[in-house]
Design a protein around this ligand. Structure first.
Ligand code: HEM
Length: 448
């Protein structure tokens, strides 16, 4: 049996029905042919977008000419109240400058430094779990938020402000999906928008909390008492071109996106990974063996012991990419696969479809972590695996997440075994990230 996949919509659907389906879930709003198409065009009276599934065209947009395909401003419509001018939303010069300051904090050497904080978060997550049936996304969300606070600000999730940010974010999520229909479709003005007021109130309150943390840190840096964590690193890094550092306000914008992009995504991937393991007991046993060998006082170099666990995490990212689709805008006329793509068109890149593409992957809907050890699987990793996007605008946290994911799985599997719960098969839907409509329910059983 294949892991759950949303049903596709019928081939012929009216625009009105499409908009309705789309608001409910962008995955099941699409026709099945997108799993076979190299490119597809959505032409309606209101908009024109092109979904691109062909690896060399994806490379063109993301790697070869990224500056010609900036992020579509529409994405920011709902996120700007929370994210301000964060690196996730900016384009051009501002974006380049921000990446010059942020990227050094996520380089390999720094990952080694943040490793102990991640281990502590993993062990805390394993301790929080209880015997019995439970909704696992809530647990992984808690754990991933803990990782962000410990690595960024050296505080655990139990810290008063951290706990408040975490809980406010849950409210915010309910009001504002990261990828809403507005990202794809320039909706006519008369169409109702999402809960703007609630979104603004939640965003203001989260930003006030993050501002407190950032201001405190600014003072500690001035006093020479700041801990050596990601926040200090980012706040003291000078732009090599201008010599300037981030102002407090700019840092607040970045912290907001680290929290949003860094915890929702990892939480979703971890929850799906645990579900895949619960439904594939042999794979779970292999991961548990690696976890036992990893030990309870691991060093960064011990990550090499978690090879199979890493491939399980990759399968979770492939089958349930936390960011299912990305949107760019063509700033000039293009010609893709013998088709004219007019200036201003939306270019949709869909990890969801690329990762399950029938012309690219063997057994695309099946769970098979061993595929990455084969030459075909390695080739697919290079060309048809884009959970973190690619090119200069690739996720800054990709390396971080590829340590965090396997590490958290290992620390949790050291203590717990997971079984599926009868009649509770999760139904994937794309909300803020790819989530299960009614959560992911698993039974945890303590290991000896
Ligand atoms: C499994 C975990 C993660 C996944 C699947 C993921 C995925 C992505 C994707 C697909 C993008 C590109 C979005 C687009 O171009 O529209 C992105 C951007 C970003 N991610 Fe991640 N991410 C993860 C974890 C993290 C973590 C842990 C952090 C930071 C601590 C982070 C920070 C960011 C930032 C700052 C951007 C914006 C980069 C830019 O636009 O230049 N992410 N992420």
């Amino acid at each position: 049996m294949h892991p759950p996949k949303p049903a596709s919509r019928p081939e012929k659907t009216s625009l009105w029905r499409y908009v309705k389906l789309f608001r409910d879930d962008i995955l099941s709003a699409q026709p099945a042919k997108l799993y076979r198409a190299k490119m597809a065009e959505f032409k309606t009276p209101f908009f024109r977008s092109y979904l691109v599934n062909q690896p060399d065209l994806i490379d063109l947009v993301l790697k070869e000419r990224p500056m010609d395909f900036p992020k579509s401003n529409r994405i920011s419509e709902g996120l700007r109240p929370l994210l301000g001018n964060s690196v996730f939303l900016t384009n051009g010069e501002t974006w380049q400058r921000q990446r010059r300051i942020i990227d050094p904090a996520f380089e390999g050497g720094r990952l080694r430094d943040t490793f102990p904080a991640m281990v502590a978060a993993g062990q805390a997550a394993a301790t929080r779990l209880a015997d019995g049936v439970q909704e696992i996304e809530a647990q992984t969300s808690h754990a991933a938020a803990d990782v962000i606070f410990r690595t960024l600000f050296s505080i655990p999730i139990e810290h008063e402000i951290a706990a408040q940010v975490f809980s406010e974010f849950r409210d915010y999520q309910r009001t504002q999906p990261i990828l809403n229909i507005a990202a794809f479709v320039p909706l006519p003005k008369w169409m109702p928008r999402f809960h703007k007021k609630q979104t603004r109130v939640a965003a203001r309150s989260i930003r006030a909390l993050i501002t407190q943390l950032t201001e405190q840190r600014m003072e500690q840096i001035r006093a020479g008492t700041a801990p050596d964590d990601l926040a200090t690193k980012i706040m003291t890094t000078k732009d090599p071109q201008t010599g300037e550092t981030f102002t407090t306000q700019e840092m607040v914008d970045q912290v907001a996106i680290f929290f949003l992009a860094g915890h929702e995504t990892s939480a979703s991937a971890l929850a799906w990974a645990l579900y895949l393991l619960a439904t594939h007991p042999e794979a779970q046993a292999r991961c548990a063996e690696e976890a036992a060998d990893f030990g309870t006082d691991p060093q960064f170099a011990d990550m090499s012991k978690l090879r199979f666990t890493r491939d399980v995490f990759r399968e979770a990212l492939r089958l349930y990419p936390p960011v299912p689709m990305m949107v760019r805008e063509a700033t000039q006329p293009e010609h893709f696969r013998n088709r004219d793509v007019p200036k201003g068109s939306q270019i949709v890149l869909s990890p969801w479809h690329v990762h399950r593409h029938e012309l690219l992957w063997d057994n695309p809907d099946g769970f098979d972590p061993d595929r990455y050890a084969t030459p075909e699987g390695k080739e697919c990793l290079r060309h048809a695996f884009i959970p973190f996007s690619a090119g200069s605008r690739v996720c800054t946290g990709a390396g971080f997440a590829m340590v965090e994911g396997p590490l958290l799985l290992a620390t949790v599997l050291q203590k717990w075994r997971f079984d599926p719960v009868a009649d509770k098969v999760p139904d994937p839907v794309a909300h803020l990230t790819v989530r299960a409509r009614d959560g992911i329910w698993l039974q945890a059983i303590a290991r000896e």
